[in-house]
Structures are given as C-alpha cells and as structure tokens.
Design a protein. Sequence first.
Length: 186
Amino acid sequence: MTKMLNARLTEVPNVDLTLRRPDAEDGAAVNGLIEQCKPLDENSVYCNLLQCSHFAETSSLAEIDGEVVGFVSGYLVPDSPDSLFVWQVAVSPKARGLKLGKRMILDILHRPFAKNVRNLHTTIAPDNKASHGVFKSVARSLNTEFDTEIMFDEEEHFDGDAKTEMLWKIGPFSRADILPALASVA
Ligand SMILES: CC(C)(COP(=O)(O)OP(=O)(O)OC[C@H]1O[C@@H](n2cnc3c(N)ncnc32)[C@H](O)[C@@H]1OP(=O)(O)O)[C@@H](O)C(=O)NCCC(=O)NCCS
C-alpha cells in the first residue's frame, strides 16, 4: 500500500526519491496532485492518462517512498522537434524547495530521445513567481538565456477568463550542459 507522508519532506530524513517516466497507472494520482497545485488548471483524469501514456517519454514523475509528489508533462513541439514544450510542473506543497521541479525538467532533457533537443519552451502567467524561479534557474544551469513573448492573450484567446500566458523560450543549450546541471541538484 502507498505510504502517506504527513510531514514536509524537508523534515524527514532518508527519504527514498525516484524520478521516472510515468505510466497509465499513475494517471489518477497525477490528477490528485495537480488538484493540490494551484494555480494550475485542473485536468480531466483522461487528460492525465494520455500524458502518462502517449507523452510518458516527455514527462517525468517524482515519487517519494511510493507517493507521487511531482509531475512534469511535456511534448516535442510538432513543428520544431528540437524544442521540448513543458506543459505543467507540479510539486506537492509538502515536497517544495527540494529542487524537484528543476530535477524533473532536467530528467526529461537528459533522456536519450532528447539528444537533439536544444530549446525548452513553456508558458507562464506573469504573476507566477515560483514558475519564473524554476525556469530562470534551469536556464542559468544550462548556461543559456531566455526570451519571452505573448503566446495566449487574456482577451484574444481566453475571452477574459484566464490570465495571459507568456511563452518563455529558453536556449539554445548544449547537451553537454545537461548532466552537470542534473548532478548539481541531485
Ligand atoms: C512551481 C513549483 C513547481 C516549484 O517546485 P519546487 O520543486 O519547489 O521548485 P525547485 O525546488 O525545483 O526550485 C527551482 C528554483 O525555483 C525557485 N523557486 C521555487 N519556488 C519559488 C517561489 N515560490 N518563489 C520564487 N522562486 C521559487 C527556487 O528558489 C529555485 O531557484 P534556485 O535554483 O535559483 O535556488 C511548485 O511551487 C508548484 O508546484 N507550484 C504550483 C504549480 C505551479 O505554479 N507550477 C508552475 C507552472 S507550470
């Protein structure tokens, strides 16, 4: 049975952390995790099942002592296969500050399928400081820069129902910088 973690993980010694590709059996747990991670849009379980199956290679799941505490979903941009698009980054409130968000992103970039990936894209709402912190930190560790531009506008695309999503384009980076970046947060 999955062990429940009641304390913040920074207060628990010797936790057993695993980063891995998700699989379909993780879909429901991922859905529950996303619900705990405001301001992320909640997805249908079906959406998370697709992320955990068809998009497993471009997604990463963090588990501590058997409990799902982190998830990054992504895909290769269809017209630009050297760019990984990160859709959502979610870390359980009790596991924040352990570099899990950053580690999961680097875990995906480090996989063999990503050998030709040179850019990381994501969208971030202008007021999401935590997300800014994660992606700035990834850019810094990969020794590269980032540019931003509007991708989905509050009025034009969301009809006033959601905040503007800024596209962050991080890169280009060198494959040689990924392993040292991952090692620095392991
Ligand atoms: C954003 C989120 C994924 C960060 O997860 P995390 O594992 O705690 O972040 P990390 O420990 O990997 O931090 C990586 C960097 O981001 C910075 N960061 C993390 N949270 C931050 C915050 N609240 N404010 C400012 N910077 C923050 C860290 O300081 C670190 O920077 P450093 O390497 O320069 O020290 C997590 O807070 C979360 O799930 N939030 C709710 C959902 C969300 O907003 N997701 C992002 C949008 S897709």
